[in-house]
Design a protein around this ligand. Sequence first.
Ligand code: SF4
Length: 235
Amino acid sequence: MNKRNYYKELENKIDGFQKSGVVPKLLLHVCCAPCSSHCLEFLRQYFDVTVFFYNPNITEEAEYRKRVAEEKRLIEEYNRQVDEKNFEGMHSDEHARKIAIIEGEYDPKEYFEAVKGYEDIPEGGERCRKCFELRLRKTAEIAAKEGIEFFTTSLTISPLKNADVLNEVGEEAARFINEKNAAEIAFLPSDFKKKDGYKRSIELSCKFGLYRQDYCGCGFSKAEREKQKAEEMTR
Ligand code: SF4
């Protein structure tokens, strides 16, 4: 079977919307401001974007508060550009639209429940799949509730995350919520790291001085990162 190219699929969908003059609503699940910076710069040209910050996987509350505050600051920056029509240093501006945000509930118990039994699996394995399922099902549920036809996630920008798994989980989440709630939402395929997307997210993080953490989010990933750093020091 041919490997799917999620970036190409997204481009094709955008082409279709452009040709028919449609600006669809999109709920973008975001994990943090640095990862969402490029996704938003790109998507706001083609979609009416609402950000959904739902990350109970960030198990330290202080870290969660820091990340959600940075996300809100980034969105304010982007919306100010639209108000002032000042897009200096941006890649594209012609059709940039303002962005809304919904903050999900923050309860790490939901995360611990979702990954129960998988706590010791290293990053990139089944624990992460469970974590994606939790976050993308909730995103699908909110999209259906808010009447937003598409949803996707900024997580596909990370070179450390498997885009096949994320797209598969996103599509499963859409099916699950459509059956459960008689909704008609769709997961928008994505692989935001492609075409220098990840590189652009680093440039934008520098431009806006965004707080950039060096671990994914849960206490397990923080411990793994700290172990790695300690090993690097002894080399
Ligand atoms: S490493 Fe990241 S994706 Fe994996 S379980 Fe932890 S927070 Fe979730």
